[in-house]
Design a protein. Structure first.
Length: 510
């Protein structure tokens, strides 16, 4: 129930959802144990869950409520961001339920539908429920049809709200994404579907909007008159670990470019929304994604690579093809770099360079805005030899914050100018730690706030960008061989550097 004494526009007060249940399908998987259950505990520890809240797990395990409670407790203790308080967990444990069953088991879903009704009486959930599909995409149709058959997804029939959370990947190409969207839309209304991209829940991603639209300083120069290029990087120092089964059929472009990096591009390039709400934000992002164009010489500006054995952090690591579960002579890319152009008045002529890769020197995600150099420098040439272009860098992870690089005089008797950096660090500027992305996004689902969740149009627009790149690489596999190898611990294949050198530019070194 909404607090009648609270002004809904006042965001200083905690946002606490009404009574509800969170149903997690596939609750025994890594995502639930490492992210979702710890997020539930952290929300409860911060007082952001209602008294009438129930965590309900559904999976193919022969467990009872007590077994699930113990496993959930261990997961929460291991992954929680906030300090452990036994009394908080005790409250969660009293409202923790588990239902065993397979996705094609009609009886199990009939029991689930009845259990949700019973929870309304026993725990005061008001019949509200959010269903989190932490399951493989090929299981979506079965689960969705079961929910439709039992009426669990019908708001009118249950006289309550029912929402569904869909994890990425949202299909593996445009055709499958359209089909997945059709299946989901047959069961849930568009406003009740939450496609989760955990990058959009990160504080620094949201801070990009505050940086641009809450300040007069940046927006006047946020255009092609002043910006030379934009570089968006997501680098990981780890390999595929135990994800060979998933990664072999996906690759870096589908895993990261199609969702995380294109969302960061859209947030960087979008115009100011009329209001800071879901509909207005989505409208501006869609405009950007629909304006994205691929280079005419696509083969020269879509580079892929695969990590080979090498040294990383003083340790010898094996190459991708030697990883357990990887097919012999696999052509799956572990590195992808592309150039995109946004054909709008604001961005005409400004290239956007996106790259992602595994087994790179360090873990970092950042958005680098590289400004044009001053048109005239009234200094001797040797006075500015160490002066580069001005840069504004938004660091998404780790060391979350913003860096501004600009020229400054070196102390001394001569006019020597070189680059210096001015840093803003989240960890130093604020006393409160940033919540985990899943923490924020789970809360938004329970509140029904869809501002940080992509809709159908965004997903399909992103696949329209990625599909031609995947088609090109498939053609190259058939006629010219697989991706270019790069040693573990390097910043990707040589072709990625050559791609920018062709435009007279170079990658930032994070």
């Amino acid at each position: 129930m909404t607090n009648p004494l609270r002004d809904p526009r006042d965001r200083r007060l905690p946002r606490v959802p009404g009574p509800c249940a969170l149903v997690v399908f596939g609750v025994t998987g890594d995502l639930a144990r490492k992210k979702l259950i710890p997020a539930v505990y952290d929300l409860a520890n911060r007082g952001l869950l209602p008294p009438g809240f129930v965590l309900l797990g559904f999976a193919r395990r022969d467990w009872g409520d007590g077994d699930f409670e113990q496993i959930a407790k261990e997961a929460a203790k291991k992954g929680a961001r906030t300090g452990w308080r036994e009394e908080v967990w005790h409250r969660i444990a009293e409202a923790t339920k588990f239902l065993p069953g397979s996705f094609d088991d009609d009886d199990a879903f009939d029991q689930l539908a009845q259990l949700l009704k019973d929870l309304d009486e026993s725990h005061g959930t008001d019949g509200n429920a959010a269903f989190y599909l932490s399951i493989p995409p090929n299981a979506f149709p079965t689960v969705l049809k079961q929910m439709e058959r039992t009426g669990m997804a019908d708001n009118e029939q249950t006289n309550s709200w029912r929402r569904v959370v869909v994890e990425k990947p949202f299909g593996h190409d445009l055709a499958s994404a359209i089909e997945l969207n059709r299946l989901v839309d047959e069961v849930f209304t568009a406003d009740d579907v939450f496609r989760i991209d955990h990058y959009l829940g990160k504080e620094t991603v949201q801070n990009l909007l505050a940086l641009r639209f809450a300040n007069e300083l940046f927006e006047p120069i946020w255009n092609s008159h002043h910006i030379d290029s934009v570089q968006i990087t997501m680098a990981e120092d780890v390999g595929i670990e135990s994800r060979a089964g998933f990664y072999e059929g996906t690759g870096a472009a589908r895993d990261v470019l199609q969702n995380h990096l294109l969302q960061l591009l859209a947030l960087t390039a979008m115009d100011e929304p009329v209001h800071f709400d879901a509909a207005a934000l989505r409208a501006e992002k869609i405009k950007v994604l629909n304006a994205v164009c691929l280079p005419k010489e696509l083969a020269a500006y879509a580079v892929r690579g695969q990590y080979d054995q090498g040294w990383l952090a003083g340790e010898r690591v094996k190459g991708y093809q030697a990883e357990e579960g990887v097919k012999p002579q696999s052509t799956t890319e572990t590195f992808a770099a592309i150039r995109l152009d946004v054909e709008t008045r604001r961005w005409a002529g400004v290239p956007f360079y996106l790259r992602t890769g595994k087994r790179l020197p360090r873990r970092v995600t950042e958005i680098g805005i590289v400004f044009k150099k001053a048109p005239h420098l009234p200094f001797a040439q040797n006075d500015t030899e160490e002066l580069g272009a001005n840069q504004l860098v938004v660091r998404v992870q780790p060391d979350e914050g913003v860096t501004l690089r600009f020229g400054s005089k070196v102390p001394g008797t001569t006019m020597e100018v070189r680059d210096v950096a001015m840093d803003f660090l989240y960890g130093e500027a604020f006393t409160e730690n940033s919540p985990e992305a899943y923490e924020r996004l789970l809360l938004d689902v329970l509140l029904g706030d869809a501002a940080l969740f992509p809709r159908n149009e965004e997903v399909e627009a992103s696949w329209r960008i990625i599909d031609p790149i995947e088609a090109l690489w498939t053609h190259q596999d058939e006629h010219h061989g697989g991706p270019e190898l790069y040693r573990a611990g390097e910043w990707g294949p040589r072709g990625a550097d050559e791609m920018l050198a062709r435009d007279g530019r170079a990658w930032r070194r994070p």
